[in-house]
Design a protein around this ligand. Structure first.
Ligand SMILES: [Zn+2]
Length: 314
C-alpha cells in the first residue's frame, strides 16, 4: 500500500451526515420528499396518497432503498409501496437497482433513456415504458414533478427533475456538491453540454439540490462554485494551448507522430491543471486527485468543439 499517492485532506464541508448501521442515511429534503445516501451515491423518493415515487435507484444503495422507504413510511403512516419510478438517465450506477421493485411499477424517463436501455438489454434496468421528448409534468398524488431534457451533457439522455412545490432540483452527475468531478468531467460524453448544464439548473427556482453524489445535498452556492472551477479550467486550457510549442516534440519523435501528440497533449493538460489544482485544493474535495483528468477532456473540448488553437495550413 506504500506505493499509493498521498493527497490533501478532504474539507469537512464535503462530507454529509453519518450513515446508520446498515450503511445508509435517509433524511427529509422538504415535506414528503426524502433523500437517501450511502456516502457516495444518492437517490430520492416522494411519499404520496397514490404510493411512493422513486427517483433513481443506485445499486450501491440497493436493498437499503426499500429499508429507508419503510422507515419513513412507518414513521408517517403512509404507503411504502413504490408505484412510480423516474429514471434520471440510463447509467447502471444510478438505476441498477431498478429491477428490485415490482414489475408493475410505472417507469418514466426520457425517450432516449428507453432506447439506450433497450440497447443495453440489462435485466437489472427494465426500460421505461413511459417516455417524453422535451418536457413532461407529472401530477402524482397531488404532487408535481417537472421533467425536462435540454440535450446531451453527462449522457445523451440526462434529464432535469424539478419539484417546484418542494423547492428542489435533481440533476445527476453534473455537480458533485463539495467535490470536483471525477475523470472526464464525471465521465461526460458531451463537454459543452456538461459545461452549460449548471446554468440550466440555476435558471430554475429551488433551494435544495440532489446531484447524485456524494454524501450531502447541494445549494445554489455549490453550483456557482462548480461553475467557477470549470470556468477556470476552460480559461487555463486556452493559456496552456497558447503556451506550448510542439516543435521539440516532433523533432524528438520523428516519424512516430502519435508519440509526439501524446506528449504534447499530456503536457498541455498538466499546464491546464496546475494553477487550477493549486487554487482549489482544500476548497473542493479531491481537487488534487482529479483536476488533471478533468483538465485533459476540457482542453480537448476547447480544441475540438470550440476550435481554439486550430490552424489552417497556409
Ligand atoms: Zn451517469
Amino acid at each position: 500500500m506504500s506505493t499509493l499517492t498521498d493527497y490533501a485532506p478532504i474539507p469537512a464541508s464535503a462530507l454529509g451526515p453519518a450513515l446508520n448501521e446498515q450503511g445508509y442515511y435517509v433524511g427529509r429534503v422538504e415535506r414528503n420528499l426524502y433523500w437517501i445516501t450511502d456516502g457516495v451515491y444518492q437517490c430520492a423518493f416522494l411519499t404520496t396518497p397514490d404510493g411512493v415515487v422513486l427517483l433513481d435507484a443506485p445499486p450501491t444503495i440497493g436493498h437499503n432503498i426499500q429499508r429507508a422507504i419503510d422507515e419513513i413510511a412507518a414513521a408517517n403512516g403512509v404507503s411504502n409501496k413504490v408505484e412510480y419510478f423516474v429514471y434520471s438517465h440510463h447509467h447502471a450506477d444510478h438505476i441498477g437497482a431498478a429491477s428490485l421493485f415490482d414489475r408493475n411499477v410505472t417507469r418514466i424517463g426520457h425517450e432516449e433513456t428507453r432506447r439506450l436501455l433497450l440497447r443495453d438489454d440489462d435485466p437489472a434496468r427494465p426500460p421505461n415504458e413511459e417516455t417524453f421528448g422535451d418536457r413532461r409534468t407529472l401530477e402524482i398524488g397531488g404532487e408535481r414533478i417537472d421533467l425536462a431534457w435540454y440535450g446531451p451533457n453527462h449522457s445523451p439522455d440526462n434529464i432535469v427533475i424539478h419539484l417546484p412545490d418542494h423547492d428542489t432540483l435533481m440533476l445527476i452527475d453534473i455537480v458533485n456538491p463539495g467535490w470536483v468531478p471525477i475523470f472526464q468531467s464525471n465521465l461526460s460524453e458531451d463537454i459543452p453540454g456538461y459545461l452549460e448544464a449548471p446554468a440550466t439548473a440555476l435558471a430554475y427556482s429551488w433551494k435544495h439540490f440532489i446531484g447524485g453524489h456524494n454524501g450531502r445535498l447541494g445549494t445554489r452556492e455549490d453550483i456557482a462554485v462548480h461553475q467557477e472551477y470549470m470556468n477556470d479550467l476552460v480559461e487555463s486550457s486556452r493559456k496552456a494551448i497558447d503556451s506550448l510549442d510542439g516543435t521539440p516534440y516532433y523533432q524528438q519523435y520523428g516519424a512516430n507522430s502519435w508519440a509526439a501528440i501524446k506528449a504534447i497533449l499530456e503536457e498541455t493538460a498538466r499546464r491546464t491543471a496546475a494553477p487550477v489544482t493549486e487554487k482549489w485544493t482544500g476548497v473542493l474535495a479531491a481537487a488534487d486527485v482529479f483536476t488533471e483528468d478533468v483538465a485533459f477532456q476540457v482542453m480537448q473540448s476547447v480544441r475540438l468543439d470550440l476550435g481554439y488553437g486550430s490552424w489552417v495550413h497556409p
